[in-house]
Design a protein around this ligand. Sequence first.
Ligand code: IMP
Ligand code: MG
Length: 175
Amino acid sequence: MADQLRPLISARRIKKRVGELARQISEDHRRATLTLVIVLKGAAVFAADLMRRIETPFVVDFVRASSYGKTARSSGHVALGDEARLDIAGHDVIVVEDIVDTGRTVTALIAALEKLGPKSLDVCALLHKQVAGAQPVTIRYKGFDIPDEFVVGYGMDYAERYRNLPGVYRLTPGG
Ligand code: IMP
Ligand code: MG
């Protein structure tokens, strides 16, 4: 059976919301040294659009964090990349994520980045999944709340597929 995809958030709604988030970030960080830390790979598409709408100067850097592998369930184990090399001491830092699900990834990342002495540390996530028992995470810049279903598109994948879809879709994996 083929994977089943059902539309959840259209490309048009995403575009509008990304513009609003970028405006808010620009206003909040006018006089700061701002660094965006983009979490690969899922946030790449969101971040590319977000960056082009931010009007204040910023530095961009990337980290890898993966907890899913080839499944549609969070494994609970978070493998972080080489975030220790980031030069963010005294910077306003915004972690850019595609989706916060159990909250483990972003919580682990925040703890690691905190040690590098940023002036401020906030999270920008396109999506926040409403999951029972998830770690409480403060998402200062949030795109949309979504129900507890697996989603793909706009950078997000299922076993590396569907990142190219312009909107966000719910996925029911085929057999
Ligand atoms: P968490 O650690 O459970 O919050 O998982 C966050 C990470 O898992 C995100 O950065 C995504 O890459 C991935 N993820 C979580 N939920 C989904 C989903 O519904 N579709 C695709 N990737 C997801
Ligand atoms: Mg991710």
